[in-house]
Design a protein around this ligand. Structure first.
Ligand SMILES: C[S@@+](CC[C@H](N)C(=O)[O-])C[C@H]1O[C@@H](n2cnc3c(N)ncnc32)[C@H](O)[C@@H]1O
Length: 248
């Protein structure tokens, strides 16, 4: 999941990539943003992709800095959001070794720290700190490892969707899958994707100079995981983690 991957996906982004804003029926992320938003504050959208969150952010904040590693995504975001003049678009790699940024009062980072590469994740988490002013807030959403394992256990136990139709075609692939899962990296549509434990998020953000205010589940329907969810399958529903944290 490097820059090339995101540039390649950009033209078909809507069909390929899960839409958190649309699928968060609880509205918990929108509420969390609105609770800390103000027309006096600046916000940065880290990994904004094609700009789905920009209308909300541009309306609720004084100024938005929309950033992404993909130039194509940013071009699409710009085209979609011409109605919002208070948005600046900046191509930047949050995993770069040396990053110069304009810090904001709030940072929103929704399903952007997905890379399987540990060094890139370490850099991304370090960059979160420099993107936010002292006492500013971070709203971070990431895939949940607990949810992914729970889904896998259900798929296997009740043979849902033919046990997710997973085919391991080679010894090398089996080795990679085993090595990855120990680090919370597991495939989404055959792409190795980092998933996080609640305790891991607490630790990562504390060590990067944040005080975690709360970590909440963002629930989705079972239809987001299975083509044919069993009728009896109800709560707990699959989820991402949302962290609301304050920079020390
Ligand atoms: C799954 S999309 C999420 C998009 C958006 N936040 C949303 O919720 O609609 C992940 C985005 O993160 C961006 N991204 C991935 N790695 C990045 C990095 N190192 N620096 C900046 N953006 C990155 C990708 O280009 C992609 O647009």
């Amino acid at each position: 999941m490097d820059r090339k991957y995101w540039e390649r996906i950009a033209p078909s982004y809507n069909e390929e990539i899960f839409d958190v804003l649309k699928n968060d029926k609880s509205g918990k992320i929108v509420t969390a943003i609105e609770q800390i938003a103000s027309k006096e504050k600046t916000v940065t959208d880290l990994g904004c992709a094609i700009g789905k969150w920009i209308p909300l952010l541009a309306t609720a904040f004084k100024q938005v800095i929309a950033t992404d590693i993909s130039a194509k995504n940013l071009d699409i975001a710009k085209e979609r959001c011409t109605a919002y003049p208070n948005v600046e678009y900046v191509r930047m790699d949050m995993s770069a070794d040396n990053l110069t940024v304009t810090p904001c009062d709030v940072a929103v980072c929704i399903n952007a720290i997905l890379t399987h590469d540990l060094k890139k994740r370490i850099n991304f988490f370090q960059s979160l700190n420099i993107c936010i002013n002292k006492d500013g807030h971070l709203i971070l959403v990431v895939p949940s490892l607990e949810s992914k394992l729970y889904t896998n256990i259900i798929a296997h136990r009740w043979n849902v969707d033919d046990d997710h139709k997973e085919r391991i075609e080679s010894v090398e692939k089996a080795y990679a899958l085993a090595k990855n899962i120990k680090q919370g990296v597991t495939d989404i549509d055959n792409v190795p994707t980092k998933h996080y434990l609640q305790e891991e998020l607490q630790l990562l953000l504390t060590l990067e100079g944040f005080t975690v205010d709360r970590i909440e589940k963002i629930n989705y329907t079972w239809a987001t995981e299975f083509h044919n969810p069993p009728k009896w399958l109800a709560e707990p529903y699959p989820w991402d983690w949302m962290v609301v944290a304050k920079k020390n």
